[in-house]
Design a binder for this molecule. Structure first.
Ligand SMILES: C[S@@+](CC[C@H](N)C(=O)[O-])C[C@H]1O[C@@H](n2cnc3c(N)ncnc32)[C@H](O)[C@@H]1O
Length: 226
């Protein structure tokens, strides 16, 4: 039987744990350039106690710790977390294994909660964002791929009732929203970072800043104090 999407994602990252860093450093070079813009912003505005959801091998978490933050990482792939611990020497007590849809932390436990390059691998970005908001005393930060004109075209066609018709004509079946893993990317459930903004606004957060970097957006939202 084919595993469900979440299990498929978990298995994918577990199986590739040993080569994850090599693959991302080779294939996602623009992200590393973008990190030089957005991580300093996160360090400046994220407070001291920070949770990184879906930390993977700890690429971002390592930077937060190096800057002296009281930072923690969470992920559901034990393979990737093992790399964070053994290769990056991130102490095990700063890493926790779990599903981002059910964060194992009390309300307002961190100054801020961030997620990088992961929402499009999640079954329910909405549930994950709600959990991030719950655990953050102040801010939520999201870095992910921007849909740009593709998202706008899809939305327009959808509104006209034409998207699935055209997709089916081109691909022979309707769009399920899921994309299988390939050599460079894990299984995807199509989700664009632009859609984070209305979700966080609906959760009554204020959008403080949206940083546009090539191919991606970095969104900073803050809880309202009254
Ligand atoms: C492309 S990797 C990004 C990892 C890291 N943030 C980075 O930038 O290198 C996607 C991550 O999402 C994690 N992930 C996906 N769904 C998850 C879930 N429901 N709960 C926890 N982690 C999840 C995967 O295990 C993987 O570490």
């Amino acid at each position: 039987m084919k595993p469900d999407f979440k299990t498929e994602v978990q298995q994918h990252f577990d199986e590739r744990a040993a080569r994850y860093d090599h693959d991302t450093e080779t294939c996602d070079q623009q992200d590393f350039v973008n990190f030089e813009v957005v991580i300093p912003y996160l360090l400046q505005h994220g407070g001291d106690r920070i949770l990184e959801v879906a930390t993977g091998t700890g690429i971002v978490l390592e930077r937060l710790l190096a800057a002296g933050k009281d930072a923690y990482g969470q992920d559901f792939s034990s393979g990737l977390l093992r790399v964070a611990e053994t290769k990056r020497r991130i102490p095990s007590e700063r890493l926790s294994k779990g599903d981002a849809e059910f964060l194992n932390f009390p309300d307002d436990h961190f100054d801020s909660v961030c997620v990088f390059r992961s929402l499009h691998h999640m079954d329910s970005p909405l549930r994950v964002l709600k959990e991030m908001v719950r655990c953050a005393k102040r801010s939520v930060f999201v870095y992910d791929s921007a849909g740009g004109w593709r998202r706008r075209t899809k939305k327009t066609l959808d509104a006209l009732g034409l998207y699935q018709v055209i997709y089916s004509k081109l691909r022979g079946q309707p769009d399920s929203g899921y994309r299988p893993a390939n050599e460079t990317e894990g299984p995807v459930k199509v989700f664009y970072v632009e859609d984070v903004i209305p979700i966080l606004e609906h959760e009554r957060l204020r959008i403080v800043k949206v940083i546009r970097v090539p191919g991606n957006l970095f969104v900073h939202a803050e809880k309202r104090t009254h």
